[in-house]
Write a protein that binds this ligand. Sequence first.
Ligand code: DON
Length: 590
Amino acid sequence: MVSRAVLVTVLLGACRQQRNPEPGIAGVANAAMVDSRDPARVAAAAVRSAFPPGWRFSAGTSATFAEHAMVVSMSKYASEAGVEILKAGGNAVDAAVATGFALAVTYPTAGNIGGGGFMTIRMADGRTATLDYREVAPLAATRNMYVGPDGKLTNKSTVGYLASGVPGSVAGMAEALRTYGTMPLAKVMVPAIRMAEDGFVTDTNGRGNGQCNRNIAQFEGKELFCPGGSALKGGTLLRQPDLARTLRLIAKDGPKAFYKGEIADSLVADEQRGGGIITKEDLARYQAVWRTPIRSTYRGYSLITMPPSSSGGIVISETLNILENFAPLPPAGSAGYTHLLAEAYRRSFTDRNQKLGDPKFVKVPLDELTDKRYARSLAAQIDRSHASKTPAFTAGSEGDHTTHYSVVDANGNAVATTTTLNGGYGSGVWIRGGGFFMNNEMDDFAAQPGTPNMYGLVQGESNAVQPGKRMLSAMSPTIVLDPKGQLLLVTGAAGGPTIITATLEIILNVVEHHMTLADAMKAPRLHHQALPDQLDYEPSGLTAAVQDSLKAMGHKLGTRGLATANSIMRVSGGLHGVGEPRSGGTAVGY
Ligand code: DON
């Protein structure tokens, strides 16, 4: 199954790595070289990556192997829901929609029907598509709706009724299914409805499905998610009868139940009670939009990724185009590599923060930003031994809960989906009778262009609030093809702007550093978003010597937790699936 071209690339990569004098963490062989059903042979064939001493994960561990098909998501139940549909004869899109609805039940911190997302599809016959079901600003939204009378930003873009954009998830999932699926909505929603109705057992750590954050505690959802004022205990059977009813209505009547029917009535009645501005007209006008995928290349590999209203595909393509000018890249984990990544990110994020927004409202220079010649000119500005400075204006504001899932079916159809409420449990608002949380995606707009927002970041006019506009996202569902044009990798992440850098680094770990998927997911991650002018790494993710070198080059260093990804890679004899090792993603296949 593995093409000669891949083997040659892998072996050449191995030689390059061995010649490179600077020590790093890259692996020098790929699990794709051996039959991956046999972990012992994989381990013997792959020269193990060496992670920094003290790093939380070991290199050389195995992935979940499946001969036919795989779903990887943040919830075991949602991955199982996808596999249930695959085994019943559904394709990857049927399974992705089943997984998406199941996440709304079993991972309500981010899985949703009250939020939005992006889906990248590559069918085995070569068709590709990207679907934008991002929320839009309500028609009554105004540019300064989050600025208080004192001229200061309020917290209304993050908590409560004014924080929500018009949800896109139901329209998006139904549209993906209608166009590329093979099963009716009622069938793919069976597992989600069952789990809402009969209940499911919450994680022992409560993560993702039983928290009681300060937002929830102010609104209706508190009775279900914060009984007696505290979080659900792990191991609780959580039944959601209101949500089950809502899902049944959608299964029966399709998206019109949500956008025009009974659910719309509950949603708007709740908005009116709580001082929100989403109207029946907003809901009736909502549409998911098919976009032309961004197709870019990196050293012979092809990427299919998300165009605006997400910034993810442009920034990933621009960064890889810059890095392509440095051949070979220094080993992963080395100071030289970290510096190059930081300088490339600095440039592509500067473009992101200044130039991108909803293409219906702003002219996005997509062709220029993804052009190889433009990248060459940016690469020429990079000094290999000194950090540059980010120009004075830029940056992006993000929340802290989103979720990515990847699906490949037995025919090789692939789907990468990222969906979000933005913050954990979104705005905290839980629709009475509807049984679901609303997003706080309005905070992804530049709430006050040109001045620091509540996170101290500054964003551009191109992403200012306007009625009917989609707020700029970082979500980056991405599919990578090998040099023969065959499916190689399905990936993406959650984590605000770190979505972009984590997704890109997983891709680089596989195609440039020839790591196994398990190592590619476990390797320490890096992040730079232009402003604040700081290179972030995960605690213990860089050795002390590398940190010293980077400081000597002029980088300001910081630490943070970096992103949550779920990935699938095609290997000899089947698929490898790896759920996010940092926070418990689950791969299920057969
Ligand atoms: O669309 C975006 O870029 C953000 N709303 C994503 C937020 C996010 O990833 C939070 N994650 N854990």
